[in-house]
Design a protein around this ligand. Structure first.
Ligand SMILES: *Cc1c(COP(=O)(O)O)cnc(C)c1O
Length: 480
């Protein structure tokens, strides 16, 4: 059962409700009332099981009665099955790979899914779970969002073919990469509508806000990264990643590892926190940022300060604040919605807040087992090159930020597991800058010829709110 980070009076909410709500009614986020535990004996039993089985065993601890176990199993088999993970061999959808023969440096490969980034892991489950819950309630869900990058295709892939969901996603008509345009293009039709607006991303976002204020469209939901279902669907890969790492390192289950997480909105790192609270032997959770270093500064100084996001060559980490961090604050403050609310309200009104003002130590996050570091364009180019030289493996720019920070911040006295968050073929230009075009890996089937296949897929609309509204009217569910 879940509660709300900002409302001490909130009564318990079921998983299914949090899934459909996204945000809690107070504007806070849903968090578990009690974090379930996994014993060492259970971890030993999970070792060697196929990913979808480990997934359901762990995920069910959060879902409970909201979704019958047989349905959860079915969802996991589809989400992590061969249609979505064509490269997976023998059920290994989230393999651990060694990145350096001389040091215990490993990577958890989470980028073999439909859009070749780790967000597929949670979203492929969440889309199916939403569809199931909507069916139980005989409800429908229409979502409207804006994207300047990968959120569009990951959400599109998750919602595509879901019977009770329609997704309307605005994106700027230019300024997206050809691969991104192609990925969105092939999803368009049926129930997913990618609308290319002749305007900027900011204009797309403003339109979304303004359209939702119109009484005709207020029921349209948001596409957001703070849905509890996403976090609850990311925790299981820390369990499988841990087990595979200790196995490859020749260690006993129970011995600790460090994890390094390329971070932006703090969803992935938060899942690591929950996994550790549940009993997965993780020593340090090391956050890697790019030039947008809000989280690194926070860990080092105890001050959380919003920044204007700058464009970088690891674009999925370009953030000015980290929405999911609120959940960690809630737990660090002793599961207090009262204190969490004050902290977040101060941040929202002043753009900054520090632990000291709340009588807490500046190094609170370090005491809580977090570490951090920052990476730049030059770092990620050098790191992609170094990893390629050491292991022959090609990593993407986000994962490279993780490896760079691992090099400086991890002790390597125990195994270090870096989260591989995207496939290098999604960021070919940056990878080519590091190792040359001739060394680029072949594209996975998901994006072979994607520019051509999806070129004309998006629906072009003028920079006009009325045009977008009319399109939505024409494509909404027609429920009497
Ligand atoms: C979203 C994303 C991240 C950042 O993850 P958060 O959960 O937002 O911290 C890192 N790398 C890639 C490739 C991503 O798509």
């Amino acid at each position: 059962m879940l509660t709300d980070t900002r409302n001490p009076e909130q009564s318990s909410v079921e998983y299914a409700q949090a899934l459909l709500d996204g945000l809690a009614p107070s504007g806070g986020l849903y968090v578990p009332e009690v974090i379930p535990r996994i014993s060492q004996k259970q971890l030993e039993e999970y070792a060697g099981l196929p990913y979808e089985v480990v997934f359901t065993l762990v995920h069910d601890l959060f879902v409970g009665d909201s979704i019958p176990l047989a349905v959860q199993n079915q969802i996991a088999m589809e989400a992590y099955g061969p249609d979505n993970f064509p490269q997976a061999q023998e059920g290994v959808v989230a393999p651990v790979r060694r990145l350096d023969p001389n040091r215990p440096l490993y990577m958890l490969d989470l980028f073999e899914g439909p859009t070749l980034a780790f967000k597929d892991f949670p979203l492929q489950v969440v889309g199916r779970e939403m569809d199931f819950v909507l069916g139980e309630r005989d409800e429908y869900l229409e979502q409207l969002g804006a994207t300047s990058g990968d959120t569009g295709s990951a959400a599109g892939a998750a919602m595509q073919g879901r019977k009770r969901i329609k997704l309307f996603m605005l994106s700027p008509d230019d300024r997206m990469s050809a691969v991104q345009i192609g990925q969105m293009g092939v999803q368009t039709g049926q129930n997913v509508f990618h609308l290319a607006i002749s305007g900027t991303f900011d204009r797309c976002q403003d339109m979304v806000k303004s359209i939702k204020k119109d009484y005709e469209f207020t029921s349209l939901g948001a596409v957001n990264s703070i849905n509890w279902g996403r976090i609850a669907s990311q925790i299981p890969y820390y369990v499988s990643g841990y087990l595979d790492t200790v196995q490859q390192a020749g260690l006993e289950i129970g011995q600790p590892i460090d994890v390094v997480i390329p971070s932006g909105n703090f969803g992935n790192a938060l899942a690591a926190f929950y996994a550790r609270e549940m009993g997965v032997p993780i020593r340090n959770i090391i956050l890697a940022t790019n030039e947008n270093d809000v989280l690194d500064r926070l860990v080092q100084s105890g001050e959380y300060r919003a920044q204007t996001a700058a464009e970088t060559s690891s674009p999925s980490m370009d953030i000015g604040k980290s929405s999911n961090y609120e959940r960690l604050v809630y737990h660090l403050m002793g599961d207090s919605a009262k204190w969490c609310r004050q902290y977040m309200e101060q941040f929202e009104s002043q753009g900054r807040v520090s632990f000291r003002e709340f009588g807490l130590d500046s190094d609170l996050l370090m005491q809580a087992g977090f570490r951090s570091g920052r990476s730049t364009h030059a770092d990620r180019i050098r790191t992609i090159r170094d990893v390629f030289a050491a292991s022959g493996m090609v990593i993407d720019p986000h994962t490279a930020d993780g490896v760079k920070v691992a090099n400086y911040k991890a002790g390597f006295d125990i195994p270090v597991l870096v989260l591989g968050t995207a496939h290098p073929s999604k960021f070919e230009d940056t990878v080519a800058e590091a190792i040359g075009r001739a060394s680029l890996p072949p594209r996975p089937v998901q994006i072979v010829d994607i520019e051509e296949r999806g070129k004309h897929g998006r629906t072009l609309l003028p920079n006009s709110e009325e045009a977008v509204k009319q399109f939505i009217r024409n494509h909404r569910f027609q429920v009497a």
